[in-house]
Write a new protein. Sequence first.
Length: 292
Amino acid sequence: MRGRVDVARASLALAQTLQDAAESRRARGLATLPEVLQAREQSARGAYDLQESIAGETDARMALLEAMGVRPTTPVSVASLAGRALPAAMEDTAEKLIDRALAQRPDLMARVATLRARDADIAKAEAEFRPRIVVAGDLGQNIGRVRTEGLPGWSNVNQPAYGAAIAIELPIFDGGLRRDRLAVARSQRRIAEDELERARDQTVRQVVKAYEDLKVTLRRRDAAIALLTAAEKSHDAAIDSYRSGVATFIDVTNAQTALTKARTVDIETRSAVFTAAASLAFSTGDLAPHQP
């Protein structure tokens, strides 16, 4: 919305320039009254469009504050896209971007961790079918005094006590409980593997689409720059020719309309490049890389 306000403000300046030229030509007897009136109408329309763009920017700011959950009176400073450098041309191939996404996207890493947990569950369930060797031991010290009835005095006791045991546990019958646990563990493992494969396939599609979108957007951006340059030159030539009495009022208004459209396309393509670059960074996991 900030870019639209800038375009509307620039369009108003163009309309005022045309009005000044028409007023000057009228004073010299080279322009008609309808031309002057149309130029004034262009300026008034430009002023209205500017205020409408400002109102749209205000609505967008209020919607942003509401989405953030802060007070509507909170001051927010929004950076203009005009001062930001555009992303560089694509250097990595789609295959490299896919490999990077599969290696670092947090959602894929979470599904891989789930799959490993399911493998551990299977190993635990399979271990229940094998005999277990249990080794136990104890160590202590027997300290005290003993007295026998009928005999005088006490006898002191201070002897170490220790022992060791080895047992083998053999699973015999459990009504199929271990078999069912193993089947459930394997089923959950297959589900986790299928979910991981679906997530990987979806990631590949997202990366390829974002990659192609960014390439197309960069080409559109180059075309928009060429269009804006041509429109600026055409308008400058038209307004100069109009001041000199060569071009007509219609020629200038057509050039102004084309320049305004070219500026709008320039803003839209610039914004689209940043959006496409952010989408690609999100799809590859560059916005939130996995930390091992």
